[in-house]
Design a protein around this ligand. Sequence first.
Ligand SMILES: C[S@@+](CC[C@H](N)C(=O)[O-])C[C@H]1O[C@@H](n2cnc3c(N)ncnc32)[C@H](O)[C@@H]1O
Length: 364
Amino acid sequence: MAAKSSQTMTIPTDAELVQAQADLWRHSLSYLTPMALSCAIQLGIPTAIHRFGGAASLPDLVTTLSLPPSKAPFLSRLLRLLSTTGVLASNEAGIYSLVPLSYLLVDGVRIDGDASQTALVLAVTSWHYMEAAMGLADWFKKDIAQPVPSPFEEVHGAALFEESMAVLDPECDKLFNEALAAHDHMGIGTVLRECHALFSGLQSLTDCCGGDGTTARSIVKAYPHIKCNVLDLPKVVDKNPSDGLVNYVTGDMFHSIPPAQAVMLKLVLHFWSDEDCINILAQCKKAIPCREAGGKVIIIDIVVDSSSGQMFETQLLMDVAMMVYTRGRQRDENEWSSIFAKAGFSDYKIVKKLGARGVIEVYP
Ligand SMILES: C[S@@+](CC[C@H](N)C(=O)[O-])C[C@H]1O[C@@H](n2cnc3c(N)ncnc32)[C@H](O)[C@@H]1O
């Protein structure tokens, strides 16, 4: 029997109602935050501030960005929002400066390689992505046979990672691939500095879905004794120049993974369903020796953690992003643990949490 709403909901007070209205404005309009961020990138604001030595005034920016002086008051309002939402810092003298987040949006900035994350912001604020999110309610109402396509696939008839994207919109496909590379390449330097024991005892490693080999090359440069395979699909491996540092292998991880003491899955499993993850991990298990011989799978991926404060909201946004754009998901520790057990692994350890991500060792 349906509960009577009058029994469970007390009428909000005046103070609660005006607060609720303000909260609703914030929720409804907060899509303008990424739009303002995208605008800042398109105008080149972070790069301009960087060229001024990391801090610039409004007149500096209007001049250097070649904006009409009449737009100065409007730019001031954009900068105020960007400062309030943590994209920039500002002081009472009207000086805007970079913070670590906006440092990641400076053209050509290098930390352990090319770290600029502008492509990611521009991709997720582009038409195709926004339209996919706008199709979410229609997608929920449709009873679609398994495997359920993402709202992105439903709306556009094309899937990220697949040839259909290049057919749909080559520019969007290019931007997505740049965004993915920026997203994926960032962070391995931190893992290498923070988690020495992860790689130091290894003789060999297969970086499963290792893409262009950037991650594997960083590992081999830090640990030259490790023999490293990079497994990826032919269309990716065929583009990789042989560099003598790592061994590129063409293949499908659902069929076979090149044997090594450890297999690494960095930012891979969150793109796949639980069933697919279990199949992928089962292939990993076949590729590694027993635990006593150092066999392990290294997973670098988001570990959703409700006790992680603001990071939790980021992780949930990343989860809904996976739902809207792909068939994957983000997982909490219990969900990870469950798929490890179903794939036949005996134990695991979360070695480190770095930002929204976790580094996990899984043992046969
Ligand atoms: C998100 S990227 C992985 C990122 C990479 N591990 C890193 O951290 O830089 C996904 C990669 O998986 C590869 N891939 C997708 N399906 C695959 C399969 N069945 N077998 C092997 N590689 C696959 C794609 O070609 C792509 O390069």
